[in-house]
Ligand binder design. Structure first.
Ligand code: S3P
Length: 446
């Protein structure tokens, strides 16, 4: 099923300086987990600031289908969970739409249950590799009853009577794989260990601990993190305030940097260090980004960001920064298109398996708009043109990828000629009010 069968094109034009104060929607990673853990825990979970994008709503529907009660009261989402180990067999396939995080984490969450669960999604999700989650689950005793070629969705899982705890070294830098194994460990007697050689976003660890899971994290001599979770414990409902999503903030942020005369404030942005690689990189490039009122909120670091138009210069982005900015490369490539000199991004293998093959989608979008760039197997080189002279005028294929769509709409605000994208409908998966928010800052989008 493809929720976006009707494409809605959009065009961005050279705009005057952006100004204003905005809040971006709640963090997508934290929102998925808040709904999932709230649906699993005993008692009540109350969530404010939840991202009400399609992806998170799909996770909510899946948790409902397995016994959680989820209601919205005013600005607050109220969830009555089933209790750990007490999810029910869903009567119909769980449809995750476009959502990799929702589907992969839920495979971990329910894979070890002695029941049958079927996972389906849209054309983009059905192309994405699920073997990375199914392999460790198989080792825990989970049967993959059906799957499309290459361990893809639609797929059906059946858990064993008693799952076996494992120690699993995650072979790629993936918070989704790490999280899926930890969640499978929640319903498994004994200690499940995940070894993470390269640190990725740590929301699962932080949030499970706050729900009361017995979870320990230790780093070894080589810097690998060993995360141990003891299964079958009690989780208790929590009150959660979801901070603004840095991956969504990235779009108005880069727009303000590249549109001359801009001066904006983005409030309440999550500053968890596993998520701030883009800001580090942009500061290296000479961006004028000021962190105002850095504070703690709901166990996370947050800040307001004041962003002013800046003369950017090209940099080399080290491969080991990739996990902390993995979703931000498309919009960084846009910033690089306006920078003086070359920007080299390395260590981008994982970009090939996102909502689209993001590396080629970005390179093709840049080329369609006359940006000089080179796509490598796992790298991207962009030669910028300050002022955007001669850039734009092309149509970008988005391949059902929200971050490709938003990145190129940002680009068109500063290129000489307009930039068109073939479809904007999937932006609703992560940032439903994107167009309105950008227009409110003065962006010319239609
Ligand atoms: C996410 C992990 C990342 C990221 C995705 C959200 C998460 O995916 O790209 O948008 O919430 O765990 P990978 O685990 O595939 O790197």
């Amino acid at each position: 099923m493809n929720a976006h069968s009707t494409s809605v094109p959009a065009t961005a034009r050279k705009s005057n300086g952006l100004s204003g104060q905005v809040r971006v929607p709640g963090d997508k990673s934290i929102s998925h987990r808040a709904v999932m853990f709230g649906g699993l825990a005993s008692g009540e979970t109350r969530i404010t600031g939840l991202l009400e994008g399609e992806d998170v709503m799909r996770t909510g529907q899946a948790m409902k289908a397995m016994g959680a009660r989820i209601d919205k009261r005013g600005d607050e989402w109220v969830i009555q969970g089933t209790g750990n180990g007490c999810l029910l067999e869903p009567e119909a396939p769980l449809d995750f739409g476009n959502a990799g995080t929702g589907s992969r984490l839920t495979m971990g969450l329910v894979g070890t249950y002695d029941m049958e669960t079927t996972f389906i999604g849209d054309a983009s999700l059905s192309r994405r590799p699920m073997g990375r989650v199914l392999d460790p689950l198989r080792r825990m005793g989970v049967q993959v009853l059906k799957a499309a070629d290459g361990d893809r969705m639609p797929l059906t899982l059946h858990g064993p009577k008693h799952a076996a705890p494992i120690a699993y070294r995650v072979p790629m830098a993936s918070a989704q794989v790490k999280s899926a194994v930890l969640l499978a460990g929640l319903n498994t007697a004994g200690i499940t260990t995940v070894i993470e050689p390269v640190a990725t976003r740590d929301h699962t660890e932080r949030m499970l601990a706050s729900f009361g899971a017995a979870l320990e994290v230790e780093s070894d001599r080589d810097g690998a993190r060993h995360i141990r979770i003891e299964g079958q414990g009690r989780l208790t409902g929590q009150t959660i305030a979801v901070p603004g999503d840095p991956s969504s903030a990235a779009f108005p942020l880069v727009a303000a940097l590249i549109v001359p005369g801009s001066d904006i404030v983005i409030e309440n942005v999550l500053m968890n260090p596993t998520r701030t690689g883009l800001i580090t990189t942009l500061l290296d490039m000479g961006a004028n980004i000021e962190l105002i009122d850095e504070r703690r909120a709901g166990g996370e670091d947050v800040a307001d960001l004041r962003v002013r138009a800046s003369d950017l210069k090209g940099v080399t982005v080290p491969a080991d920064r990739a996990p902390s900015m993995i979703d931000e490369y498309p919009v960084l490539a846009v910033a690089a298109s306006f920078a003086e000199g070359e920007t080299l991004m390395q260590g981008l293998d994982e970009l090939r398996v996102k909502e689209s093959d993001r590396l080629s989608a970005v390179a093709n979008g840049l080329k369609a708009n006359h940006v000089d760039c080179e796509e490598g197997a796992a790298s991207l080189l962009v030669r910028g043109r300050p002022g955007g002279k001669g850039l734009g005028g092309g149509t970008v294929e988005t391949h059902l990828d929200h971050r490709i769509a938003m990145s190129f709409l940002v680009m068109g605000l500063a290129t000489q000629d307009p930039v068109t994208i073939d479809d904007r409908s999937m932006i609703a998966t992560s940032f439903p009010a994107f167009v309105e928010l950008m227009r409110g800052l003065g962006a010319e989008l239609e």
